[in-house]
Design a binder for this molecule. Structure first.
Ligand SMILES: [Zn+2]
Length: 285
């Protein structure tokens, strides 16, 4: 699933190709991915130029010179591509924007959970989708204000796009590992120091992932992600990737938190001490 680092990579790709180019045509190959109807899209896009590209969480935006933005959401399998001649269109191209210089920008999506829509502005889209501040922009004070009083588990709260936009499942695990906080801590038990560590870890994980263009096998060996065994690990030929980078004899554990597969180090991220509730009358009588 395209997460924030992939979407940032797409945005940079689009920025290089599309900025200050006129859109000459909108080619719709499969209207399934359109939330704005085809005719309206053409009316707002054809003859216009893209003045800026933006990203908020897992959404990418093309800002147009008519106070409109085209919002791209990539769903499960969305991607972008570029080509010049029709036969070279990437497989599963659903929509293509034709540009004045002959380049065509493809919105590619095999499973068609992605969505394209027009909005008045990024802020309007953010309000419509109830998205919090972007995970790269949120400050530790904002994190503490949003979470500090919640009596819910930390991991699902960090996945909630209304708190901060752009943190997905593996990213939250990596962030909590780097910050040395157990995913099942209750939000309201975090100290100020831990909120600062959480914020620093969000920056570290997202910036590292963007720097490596979301190619997981290039991530540093100090990252937990290798334990997920998504690709050839950073430790080829050994099972070192299954152990904590900080504790070579402690195996990374997997459990389900809020219904999501969760990886953590039982040593770095100790399980929270259970607060025993007062036994009710029926048990004591
Ligand atoms: Zn550890």
């Amino acid at each position: 699933m395209p997460e924030l680092p992939e979407v940032e990579t797409y945005r940079r790709f689009l920025d290089d190709l599309i900025l200050h180019q006129s859109i000459t045509a909108v080619e719709v190959r499969d209207a399934h991915v359109l939330t704005t109807d085809e005719d309206t899209l053409r009316r707002y896009l054809v003859g216009r130029q893209v003045t800026a590209t933006r990203r908020l969480g897992k959404n990418c935006f093309l800002e147009l010179d008519n106070d409109t933005v085209l919002a791209l959401h990539f769903g499960m399998t969305g991607d972008v591509g570029a080509y010049r001649d029709d036969p070279d269109a990437p497989r599963f191209t659903r929509v293509a924007l034709h540009l004045a210089d002959g380049m065509r920008i493809a919105f590619v999506d095999p499973r068609k959970f992605g969505r394209i829509r027009l909005a008045g502005s990024v802020a309007e889209y953010q309000k419509l989708k109830k998205l919090g501040p972007d995970a790269l922009d949120i400050t530790w004070e904002q994190l503490q204000a949003a979470l500090g009083k919640k009596k819910t588990l930390l991991k699902p709260a960090l996945l909630d796009q209304r708190i901060t936009a752009g943190l997905g499942n593996w990213i939250v695990d990596e962030v909590l590992f780097q910050a040395k906080i157990n995913p099942e801590r209750l939000c309201n038990t975090l100290t100020e120091k831990e909120f600062k560590a959480l914020h620093a870890a969000i920056q570290l994980v997202l910036k590292t992932a963007i720097q490596h263009e979301a190619t997981y096998r290039h991530f540093p060996a100090s990252f937990l992600i290798h334990a997920r065994e998504w690709d050839d690990s950073a430790t080829p030929g050994t099972d070192k990737h299954r152990f904590c980078p900080r504790h070579p004899r402690t195996e990374i554990e997997k459990k389900y938190v809020g219904g999501r597969a969760t990886y953590y180090c039982p040593k770095c991220q100790p399980v929270p001490v259970t607060v025993h509730e007062k036994p009710d009358a029926s048990e004591t009588s």
